[in-house]
Design a protein around this ligand. Structure first.
Ligand code: F6P
Length: 365
């Protein structure tokens, strides 16, 4: 092994535009400071299975604009409760704790610490590694859902808002031509940031969020009024995590996953209700992973780069346990513990909600 210092890095959880920009910024800032960058593949799974590659300056070249992650990721593998792939389909498979194996591998590879680029679930795992196994971690806040606490924004969110807004613009013209109600489902399991921001940017008439209980009566009353005013189309933006009659709409349950519920289909149910109750022809569109794929916006490239640079500074300062964050217009660092203390949810008095309500947008409440 070389005598250089080594730092591990991984991308974990659902992918998100800007991951490569972070890898590039961390690596290109640390390599000149005498570090070797050990890039683990597929998130924590790569640590557990000893799958890694040393990321050279050349490997980090030309990736700024690429979506996804050159390292791969996984949002179903938790080393503290892991089921090996060959047992995944066993009905009686019991998860076991493989975290010590991860620690051994990090030690064996000489990694001084681990930079974890991830959302709430992945940062919670970092916290467990720090507290229970003394692994030194630095966090970088990723998620298109923007629901990580202690940072005003996460990278990937801007790109997802942009994608959803562009889709709403496209659906607007076809809604107008056919005089239909278009129900558009966006991602966001517990937090409605994406639905709120895309809904406002795309001129949604109705915006339904997980944080605001809604009733179909209120939604239909509102759409009926629009019809009476002579408005012949409507755009309904709905978060996948909005609850219909107080319940999530679940697409399917996945066996032996620590994240077993896949949400999906609420837009179809809302569209069917609108059609049945008002006789307004309605269509549903689920934007799904289109919101998460592809090249990051310039804003996300800059944010991700700044987050990565900050993470490198934290490594150099030995500020273990901290996560890069964006607060009040500045890059800063916050304890990972604070970031995972609770999810950052949309508050009913959020300024954007107050604005949208003031111009007549319906939230179904
Ligand atoms: O965490 C981001 C997110 O995009 C959620 O909004 C969504 O429910 C989830 O990931 C879906 O991820 P996957 O299809 O990879 O399980």
């Amino acid at each position: 092994m070389s005598c250089k210092k080594r730092i591990g890095i991984l991308t974990a959880g659902g992918d998100c535009p800007g991951l490569n920009a972070v890898l590039r910024a961390v690596g290109k800032s640390l390599i000149p400071n005498g570090y070797e960058i050990v890039g683990f593949e597929d998130g924590f799974l790569g640590v557990l299975q000893r799958r890694y590659r040393i990321l050279s300056n050349l490997d980090l070249s030309g990736i700024l604009t690429l979506g996804g992650t050159i390292l791969g990721t996984s949002n179903k593998d938790n080393p503290f409760e892991w089921i090996p792939p060959n047992h995944m389909d066993d009905a009686d498979a019991k998860p076991a704790d493989y975290s010590d194996r991860c620690v051994e591998i990090l030690e064996e590879l000489g990694c001084e610490g681990l930079v974890v680029i991830g959302g709430d679930g992945s940062q919670s795992m970092s916290l467990r590694f720090m507290k229970e196994k003394n692994v030194k971690c630095i966090g970088v806040p990723k998620t298109i859902d923007n629901d990580l606490n202690a940072t005003d924004v996460t990278f990937g969110f801007d790109t997802a808002v942009q994608r959803a807004t562009t889709s709403l613009d496209c659906l607007h013209s076809t809604a107008m031509s056919h005089h239909r109600a278009m129900c558009v489902e966006v991602m966001g399991r517990y937090a409605g940031w994406l639905a709120l921001h895309a809904g406002v940017a795309g001129g949604g008439d109705v915006i339904l969020l997980p944080e605001i209980p809604f009733s179909m009566e209120k939604v239909c009353e509102y759409l009926q009024e629009r019809k009476q005013e002579g408005k012949r189309f409507s755009i309904v933006v709905v978060s996948e995590g909005a609850k219909l009659n107080g319940e999530f709409v679940i697409e399917r349950q996945v066996k032996n996953s620590h994240d077993p519920i896949r949400l999906g289909g609420i837009s179809q149910k809302v569209a069917a209700e609108i059609e049945a109750r008002l006789g307004i022809e309605s269509r549903a569109t689920i934007l799904g992973h289109l919101q998460r794929g592809g090249s990051p916006t310039s804003r996300d490239r800059i944010l991700a780069s700044q987050f990565g640079f900050k993470a490198a500074e934290l490594v150099l300062d030995g500020a273990w346990g901290m996560m890069s964050a964006w607060q009040k217009g500045l890059i800063t660092a916050v304890p990972i513990e604070e970031a995972v203390s609770s999810l950052k949810l949309v508050q009913p008095d959020d300024p954007l909600i107050r604005f949208a309500k003031s111009i007549g947008t319906c939230f179904g409440d």
